[in-house]
Design a protein. Structure first.
Length: 230
């Protein structure tokens, strides 16, 4: 009888496990330098190249220098308002009243933010969201360093190879890019942050913050780190 109960218990457990639906794999959108967008089913990094699994079943291999972004192609099921839609604004520009961020690399963040006339607390929040202040951080999508720059973005501002791991050079290139985005989107912070996460071309195609869960969650984290929002 005990043996029968053990067998029965294992069978019930197996049925229960099989009954739990598997979470579908999230497809990816690959934004190429030049504006083209490629939809893929998966990818794998191999040094400075990426191998993509195509929906057709084939594969495509590209240099990281040809890739601007890789974004989860997961649309937010219910579009929850962004903090910027229900909360006061955040100062975007630099002001002498801004304190040095009490974070790792605080002095460097402050100096770089001052150089490009951006709020140092905002820059510190982006660094926290991107790398948790780890200058050696490498993402599964090929982004590296404090501000998680893709090699193509680093090259755009003259920072390549191992220099992307240098805190000062990574910050300089990343903050320059954020400054450029702030000007491109006329000081609209949500669009600026969305552009940093998903590429400026994506923001323009959607005429605003795209509905991607990854991008909208990124904006929410920044506002949360700054103590603003729901």
């Amino acid at each position: 009888m005990k043996r029968l109960l053990r067998v029965w218990g294992r069978w019930v457990l197996m049925v229960a496990v099989l009954a739990v639906p598997a979470r579908p794999a999230v497809a990816e959108l690959v934004l190429l330098v030049g504006g083209h967008v490629l939809k893929v089913e998966g990818f794998a990094l191999d040094g400075d190249r990426v191998r993509f699994e195509l929906p057709s079943g084939g594969q495509l291999e590209l240099s990281l220098l040809r890739i601007e972004r890789i974004v989860d192609d997961e649309i937010e099921a219910e579009e929850v308002p962004l903090p910027s839609e229900i909360a006061p604004g955040i100062m975007l520009g630099f002001d002498d009243s801004h304190p040095v961020p009490e974070t790792p690399f605080g002095d460097l963040i402050y100096a770089t933010a001052q150089r490009y006339e951006l709020n140092p607390e905002l820059i510190a929040a982006v660094v926290r969201a991107e790398s948790a202040f780890d200058p050696h951080a490498v993402s599964s999508k090929g982004a590296v360093g404090l501000l998680q720059l893709m090699p193509a973005t680093g090259a755009r501002y003259g920072v390549q190879g191992d220099a992307l791991f240098d805190p000062a050079r990574n910050l300089d290139a990343g903050v320059r890019y954020l400054k450029w985005l702030s000007e491109r989107f006329a000081g609209d912070l949500p669009k600026m942050l969305a552009g940093y996460n998903a590429g400026e071309g994506t923001v323009e195609r959607y005429d605003g913050v795209p509905p991607f869960r990854e991008t909208r969650d990124f904006i929410r984290r920044i506002y949360s780190f700054l103590g603003v929002g729901s």
